[in-house]
Design a protein around this ligand. Structure first.
Ligand code: NI
Length: 256
C-alpha cells in the first residue's frame, strides 16, 4: 500500500470534500498518511483529525515561516500535544530562506529547540529546508545526531543527499520528481538507494504530472512511484512496497 509520509489535510483547500476524499483512500491503494502540521494553529487541528480516521497519523511542529508565533508559553502548549494519541513525529521544522518570513536567527533558534524536543521525546523529525542548505546541514550535524528523520521535498544536490543518507536520514520525494525540469532531483533519485527514499505528497501542493498545478492528494503518489520506478529501472509495485517499508521504519511502525 502507498504510504504518504507528508500531507496537509487540515488545509482549507480540502474543506469541501475532506471526508469523502479521505474515505476513498483505501480503494485507491493508500494505506497510511502522516498529516503534518505547519503553523502553530494546525498543531492542534492535526491531532484532532487523527481521531476520525484510523489510517491517519500526526506530526506536530512549527514550520520556519511560522515560528514568529512561538514563545515559551506557546511552545509549552505545543509540547503538551505530544501526549495525545497517534502523534508520530516532530514536524515540519527547519529553515526557509526563500520566503524569509522570519529572521535567520529566529528560524535557527526554533529549529534547534524543536530538534531538541524530538530528542527528548524520542521521535523522528520532518525537515523543511529551502535555500538554506548549508545552515540546515550544520544544524542537523550538531543537533540531530541519533535522531531518525526525513528531509522532506528534497531540493538540494545529490552529493548532499548522499551525505544525509550516510547520516541515516530519509529523502522525501514527491510530485516535483515528475516535472520535466526537475533534473537535479531525478539525478538524486537515480543515485541514492531506494532503501533511503520515502514518498510524499505535501498535498494540497505540488501535484505530480499530469495534475501539475491542480490540488494534490495521496492517491496521486502513484505517479511519483511510477517516475521513481522508471529512474531506477524497477517496477512501480516494488517502489511502493519498499518505500512503505522505509516509511514504517522512519515513523516507528515497524513492530506492528
Ligand atoms: Ni509540507
Amino acid at each position: 500500500m502507498i504510504f504518504d509520509t507528508h500531507a496537509h489535510y487540515d488545509d482549507g483547500q480540502f474543506d469541501e470534500d475532506r471526508a469523502e476524499l479521505l474515505a476513498s483512500m483505501a480503494e485507491n491503494g493508500v494505506g497510511i498518511i502522516v498529516n503534518v502540521s505547519a503553523s502553530y494553529a494546525s498543531c492542534e487541528r492535526v491531532t484532532d483529525m487523527v481521531r476520525d480516521y484510523p489510517f491517519l497519523y500526526a506530526a506536530v511542529g512549527v514550520h520556519p515561516d511560522e515560528v514568529g508565533d512561538l514563545n515559551e508559553e506557546s511552545f509549552a502548549r505545543m509540547k503538551a500535544l505530544f501526549t495525545r494519541e497517534k502523534v508520530v513525529a516532530v514536524g515540519e521544522i527547519g529553515l526557509d530562506y526563500y520566503w524569509e518570513k522570519e529572521s535567520h536567527e529566529i528560524q535557527k533558534k526554533w529549529f534547534i529547540r524543536q530538534l531538541e524536543l524530538a530528542g527528548e521525546l524520542g521521535l523522528p523529525v520532518v525537515i523543511h529546508s529551502r535555500e538554506a542548505a548549508a545552515d540546515t546541514m550544520e544544524i542537523m550535524k550538531r543537533y540531530a545526531k541519533g535522531l531518525k528523520g526525513v528531509i522532506h521535498c528534497y531540493s538540494y544536490s545529490r552529493e548532499m543527499a548522499k551525505e544525509y543518507v550516510k547520516m541515516g536520514f530519509y529523502i522525501g520525494v514527491g510530485g516535483v520528481v515528475t516535472f520535466k525540469n526537475a533534473r537535479k532531483l531525478k539525478e538524486t533519485v537515480e543515485e541514492i538507494p531506494l532503501a533511503s527514499i520515502v514518498l510524499e505528497t505535501d498535498c494540497p501542493y505540488l501535484a505530480p504530472v499530469p495534475y501539475r498545478g491542480k490540488r494534490n492528494h495521496s492517491a496521486y503518489i502513484r505517479y511519483v512511484a511510477e517516475e521513481v520506478a522508471r529512474l531506477k529501472g524497477l517496477s512501480c509495485e516494488e517502489v511502493i512496497r519498499q518505500t512503505e517499508k522505509n516509511a514504517k521504519e522512519l515513523y516507528g511502525f515497524s513492530a506492528e
